[in-house]
Design a binder for this molecule. Structure first.
Ligand code: PEP
Ligand code: MN
Length: 335
């Protein structure tokens, strides 16, 4: 739309897009609004007629196969707001910290207090866990969600937690401030569509064998259902290397930055698989331009039900945060 196009003009264009059999998606830019018309590629020539409507600046086909996620539809960065103080894609780097799994009230409250003290701005913790073995601890389910809500109440930290199964989405949505889609579910398109309808911020983790383009297509599934609050998370991919659990693909950060307006964060814990590699990878993530990091922290990693070896103790997390602040400053960011 032209700069200063009126609300009425916007409405008329949206109605016309619907009448042509497409779905309008309004993208709010700093100086102007862009309306994405999403639908069947084949009839798109009909959209050219919108050019003559009042308030329309131009009608441009988006060439990238993923459209709403692309830099073509919105250049620059989107900001995804979680709470009053937590915004992904802004000047401040978001630090999400917490245990792999919620295990008990004592464990999650102690961790939440410790990571807040260390400077984390968001709490993580799984209540539904995707485990490689069906015999491993699968999470506390609703009980775990309730404990996360309690930890949020005590610390003020918003919480992000994973949904595994589409049928649990209403439950997870009730408790979470942000819903995580894990690496193993990134191409569960039915789940992605439901999250698109759910209108809750989504933390979308890259799959361990997902290309950057496939990653963006998965984000597009959520966006195309009307949810524009999507944050991407690089968490390591499978390579021939066995010294680390995965290989952190840091180059994904600048590549994504160039291809999409969506915020990008890095999870060094699942990439490394070892706590002692996590600080270096966190600093590197900030240098690469990440909008945040997500790290696993546990008060007693040796007793953790899941991912103990990659979990930082609170004291190590705090020490890392001290240094992270300096790296952020050099990268023209704040923590
Ligand atoms: C997690 O965040 O605990 C997790 C299971 O991560 P991923 O899906 O990236 O393996
Ligand atoms: Mn984990």
């Amino acid at each position: 739309m032209q700069k200063g196009a009126s609300a009425h003009q916007l409405k008329t264009v949206k109605e016309r897009i619907r009448a042509l059999g497409y779905r309008p998606h309004v993208i709010h830019g700093e100086t102007r609004q862009v309306i994405g018309a999403v639908g069947d590629e084949r009839g798109k020539a009909r959209l050219q007629g919108l050019q003559s409507l009042p308030g329309v600046d131009s009608v441009v086909p988006i060439l990238k196969p993923y459209k709403l996620a692309s830099q073509e539809i919105k250049s620059g960065k989107s900001v995804v707001q979680i709470s009053k103080n937590v915004r992904f894609g802004d000047h401040k780097v978001v630090v999400i910290a917490g245990p792999c799994s919620v295990e008990s009230e004592e464990q999650i409250i102690a961790t939440a207090r410790a990571v807040k003290e260390g400077g984390a701005t968001m709490l993580r913790g799984g209540a539904f866990k995707p485990r490689t073995s069906p015999y491993a601890f699968q999470g506390m389910a609703e009980e775990g969600l309730k404990l996360l809500a309690k930890a949020r109440k005590l610390t003020g930290l918003p919480v992000v937690t994973e949904v595994l199964n589409p049928k649990d989405l209403p439950l997870v949505k009730k408790y979470a401030d942000m819903i995580q889609v894990g690496a193993r579910n990134i191409q569960n398109y039915a789940l992605l569509r439901l999250l698109g309808k759910a209108r809750k911020p989504v933390l979308l983790k890259r799959g361990m064998a997902t290309t950057i383009d496939e990653f963006l297509f998965s984000a597009e599934y959520i966006l195309s259902e009307g949810n524009d609050k999507v944050v991407l998370c690089e968490r390591g991919i499978r390579t021939f290397e066995t010294a680390t659990r995965n290989t952190l693909d840091l180059s994904a950060v600048p590549v994504l930055r160039q291809r999409t307006h969506l915020p990008v964060i890095v999870d060094p814990s699942h990439a490394a698989g070892r706590w002692d590699y996590v600080p270096a990878l966190s600093y590197a993530a900030i240098a690469a331009g990440a909008d945040g990091i997500m790290v696993e922290v546990h008060p007693h990693p040796e007793n953790a039900e899941s991912d103990g070896p990659q979990s930082l103790k609170p004291a190590n997390f705090s020490a890392m945060m001290e240094k992270l602040r300096e790296f952020a400053r050099v990268a023209d960011r704040d923590v």
